[in-house]
Design a protein around this ligand. Sequence first.
Ligand code: URA
Ligand code: SF4
Length: 202
Amino acid sequence: MTASLDTIAARVRVCTQCELHRMRTNAVPGNGNPNAEVMFIGEGPGWHEDRQGLPFVGAAGQFLNEMLQSIGLSRDEVFITNIVKCRPPGNRDPLPDEIAACSAYLDAQIAAIKPKVIVTLGRFSMARWFPNERISRIHGQPRRFGDVVVVPMYHPAAALHQSSLRATIEADMAKLPQILEEARREAAAEDAPPPPQQMRLF
Ligand code: URA
Ligand code: SF4
């Protein structure tokens, strides 16, 4: 049985599995379409996200919204969450034990949503699928892991104020519709019944 997204979110809101729970205003489970084909995974809530209990609502979120719009996707169609659900104080990097403590929630969300494509934003979510890779080398390159295609991208907060990275993430994002189309085709081919056996009449 997979837990519903609401059940997962309810558990996240009262979670005390790591130290990050002590300083949060609100945990940020993530939000969006429970049947999303595309899931975005960031790093962790920032100040605004902690206040509102919603992911990517600050400046980085505004930039993400603009990029989504430019490729014809809305926030309502996708699902957005983070590798840790509570804000690291002062926006410091999440620690390995915090990421480990929080990972079961992300596992459960992925199992519930079954996205066709996961976009990792920044190196912490990237490291879950590409532990020894460098983002400068593999950004924008889709790789299949079983039923899901994972595309690492730069973090929009990093890209927002750095023009070369900004052009890079925009170019990577522009490839997403085609990556999704290909993932849909592969999923449809998997689901198709085997071709009928030729009937032998004689
Ligand atoms: N940065 C993140 O990684 N996640 C958010 O939700 C907001 C900013
Ligand atoms: Fe729980 Fe994750 Fe928040 Fe840590 S960051 S308290 S594991 S929900």
